[in-house]
Design a protein around this ligand. Structure first.
Ligand code: SIN
Length: 280
């Protein structure tokens, strides 16, 4: 596959692939290798719908069915991430790694742009390998054996961010099962990539809520410091969407943040998430 580097800290644009025709075994192998190397791949000018996106997603593995977001009808692996023109709530608008609150968080995400604002609605992505490498040695030693607690309770749970829809406000991205979002899981703050062996700084603002064995008043400021570092501009690529753009990223080694700067305009994306394994 022919690629060119993206503007920003990492990632590549793939130039010569029509994804709707490409989903065979040889392509899947090349795609995985490229994704492991680049961590973020962007394909422009694609023509996909929920079913063909699902087929492309399967090139990377088994697809997740999200417990808290309603699927596209008839295609349970695909969710529509929609922000209506009059809506204020922004889905994915805090730094996060997909479903890090699962025991086995996602391996990867594919996000396809159906409708985009004229300006704004970019997604920021941060490279957790570079972020880890750039940490001072004393911080690396301090976090080497620490585990962080991840939970979606305050996001998808009762009283959480997505409960706005209960007030009747427009909600483009449909959520469900708020009662089931209360779980907590511990993952290493430094995870090792299961395929490349790279070390990754694995904490995020949306779902990382504490540190195992540490009081909250100590853990929160330390987590904030780590998250600020992980999302420093030096490690970030800003992805500009247009209809027909498909981006895929490795969720083990990156985190992302959808910007909410397009008031009055509609944005619609289709997403699949590829299942992953337990962080070690
Ligand atoms: C997500 O967090 O998966 C969605 C990001 C976006 O809509 O840009």
């Amino acid at each position: 596959m022919k690629t060119q580097p993206l503007d920003g800290a990492f990632g590549a644009q793939v130039l010569d692939v029509n994804l709707a025709d490409a989903a065979d075994e040889a392509f899947a192998k090349d795609l995985r290798e490229l994704l492991l190397r680049e961590r973020l791949l962007v394909f422009r000018g694609q023509h996909l719908d929920a079913r063909s996106l699902r087929d492309v997603g399967r090139c990377l593995g088994t697809l997740d069915v999200h417990p808290f977001i309603e699927s596209v009808e008839g295609v349970p692996e695909v969710v529509a991430i929609v922000k209506e023109a009059e809506e204020k709530r922004n889905f994915g608008g805090a730094w996060h790694s997909e479903v890090s609150f699962y025991e086995q968080p996602a391996m990867g995400t594919m996000l396809y742009a159906v409708e985009t604002p004229d300006e704004g609605g970019d997604t920021l992505l941060a490279d957790g390998v570079r972020a880890y490498d750039a940490l001072p040695e004393e911080t690396k030693a301090r976090i080497a054996n620490l585990k962080a607690i991840h939970s979606a309770a305050h996001v998808y749970g009762e009283g959480g961010y997505y409960q706005d829809r209960a007030t009747g406000a427009a909600a483009g991205t449909k959520t469900r099962d708020m009662e089931a979002a209360q779980g907590r899981v511990a993952h290493p703050i430094v995870r090792t990539h299961p395929e490349t062996g790279e070390k990754i700084l694995y904490v995020n603002l949306a779902f990382t809520v504490g540190i195992e064995g540490m009081a909250d008043d100590q853990a929160r400021p330390f987590l904030n410091e780590l998250i600020r570092h992980a999302t420093d501009e030096a490690f970030v690529t800003r992805l500009r969407w247009e209809p027909g753009t498909l981006a895929m990223w490795d969720n083990r080694s990156t985190q992302h943040n959808a910007l909410n700067d397009y008031t009055g305009q509609r944005r619609e994306m289709l997403r699949v998430v590829i299942e992953g394994d337990r962080p070690i």
